[in-house]
Design a protein around this ligand. Structure first.
Ligand SMILES: [Cu+2]
Length: 245
């Protein structure tokens, strides 16, 4: 029997080599126009590409530098297609890759009214989600699409400044809950990235789900504690169902 790579690594209790397998949000294209690398320009770039596992930490919202505003915004119209690009380390390195294939899981996208803070509190609304559809994990599509994930800004979205937060929910260690004392270090790995987007083309509706990550994401949520290594029928991502406006 062949074991999945991460199961094998967990059994061997190999830690440090996993550090090289993570990813960050690096750039956006808006309606097909590449906005260039976003780190410390319009993306609140984290200190490292490491996952966040502590669901009580503000770092699950916009990562480790979530409270550090970037200097600029990219502009998009309500109804525009956003292509958000993820990469392991360096997209200019031909030997590098978007995401380790062991990191199977969901891609979720939320918006909040712009804040210079780190995004704590009930300010978030989910606008898109992709978990397991058509026999494929969202992360498998990301890898096949060279790191790119396409979402559409709701056409109902009111004009204004927003944080657009996309996250990878990687489930390769999530066969145990993230707070299971018998299995420290396991649980879902969250890779959140927040971009600063100014929305034009007024759809007039303010997103109103009022979702709070630190209250709404729980260790026993079936979207965050899920065994990908056994047969299953369906997967429901954590958080609310997407807002349509
Ligand atoms: Cu990783």
């Amino acid at each position: 029997m062949q074991l999945p790579l991460h199961t094998l690594l967990s059994l061997l209790a190999v830690g440090p080599t996993l550090v090289t397998a993570h990813a960050t949000l690096i750039s956006l294209s808006i309606a097909g126009q590449d906005q260039g690398k976003g780190a410390d320009k319009y993306i609140r770039a984290p200190a490292t590409n490491d996952p966040i596992r502590d669901l009580t930490s503000p770092n699950i919202i916009c990562n480790t530098n979530g409270g550090k505003p970037a200097p600029s915004f990219v502009k998009a119209a309500a109804g525009d297609k956003l292509t958000m690009r993820w990469w392991h380390y360096n997209p200019d390195d031909p030997n590098d890759y978007p995401l380790d294939p062991s990191h199977k899981g969901a891609l979720l996208t939320y918006v909040a009214p712009y804040t210079t803070g780190d995004g704590q509190g009930g300010i978030w609304t989910k606008i898109a989600e992709d978990g397991f559809e058509g026999g494929k994990w969202a992360t498998e599509k990301l890898i096949a699409n060279n790191g790119n994930v396409e979402v559409t800004l709701p056409s109902a979205l009111a004009a204004g400044r927003y944080l657009v937060r996309q996250e990878i929910v990687a489930l390769h260690q999530a066969d145990f809950a993230g707070n299971d004392p018998a299995h420290p270090g396991r649980g879902a790995e969250l890779y959140p990235g927040c971009a600063q987007v100014e929305v034009t083309g007024d759809g007039g509706k303010k997103p109103d789900q009022g979702f709070d990550f630190n209250k709404g994401y729980k260790y026993d949520d079936k979207g965050l504690h899920f065994n990908i290594y056994v047969p299953f029928d369906s997967y429901t991502p954590p958080g609310p169902r997407p807002w349509k406006g």
